[in-house]
Design a protein. Structure first.
Length: 189
């Protein structure tokens, strides 16, 4: 009986420590040390929620940068990949469709290369970033749709280049931030 009491007491102590105290302390530290990130990295402008810098969104208009395709239709409650293998006919057909659509909407011929990240969904299906190459690939279309110089679009891309670490890793751009900057630049004119 004494052993049972000790076991139950230890269960209660560790439940309080590991199930309540530790999560509350870590959540508090996160809220103080990283308030933007712990709140979901939400982008709010003029009182309007534009989205999260961490979750990809669907932009389809010709005057906007398009993000990576999503296997989950950009639904943040269902993150995940398509789980289709490289020889799966559905994946091959989807990539061919994306290839043709990217060329057509950007006014390119049938032989023009298309950056990989505009053809394949990410593992989460919600990646908010595209490569700098993919952003510059779309610059001509955006320039024509917004009636601005291509150099202005590429300058904006260059301004929003990010890296995971300042000294290591590939460069990329956040599609939501870039599209918000495009809209802000249009308002200023």
């Amino acid at each position: 009986m004494k052993q049972l009491k000790r076991s139950v007491l230890m269960l209660l102590v560790f439940t309080v420590l590991c199930g309540l105290a530790y999560p509350l302390v870590i959540t508090g530290i996160g809220a103080v040390a990283f308030p933007l990130q712990s709140g979901g990295s939400l982008i709010v402008e003029n009182g309007l929620l534009k989205g999260s810098a961490l979750i990809g969104q669907s932009f389809t208009g010709p005057g906007y940068f398009h993000g990576r395709p999503s296997a989950v239709n950009y639904d943040p409650s269902l993150p995940g990949a398509s789980n289709l293998g490289p020889t799966n006919k559905k994946l091959i057909d989807a990539v061919k469709e994306r290839f043709a659509a990217a060329r057509k909407e950007n006014g390119l011929d049938d032989k023009a290369p298309v950056p990989d990240d505009l053809l394949f969904a990410s593992g989460s299906g919600l990646d908010p970033h595209i490569s700098v190459e993919s952003a510059k690939f779309q610059a001509g279309r955006i320039s024509a749709a917004r009636k601005i110089e291509v150099s202005e679009v590429t300058a904006l891309i260059d301004k929003y280049i990010e890296r995971q670490l300042p000294f290591y890793g590939k460069s990329f751009v956040n599609v939501l931030k870039l599209n918000i900057a495009l809209d802000a630049a249009a308002v200023k004119k």
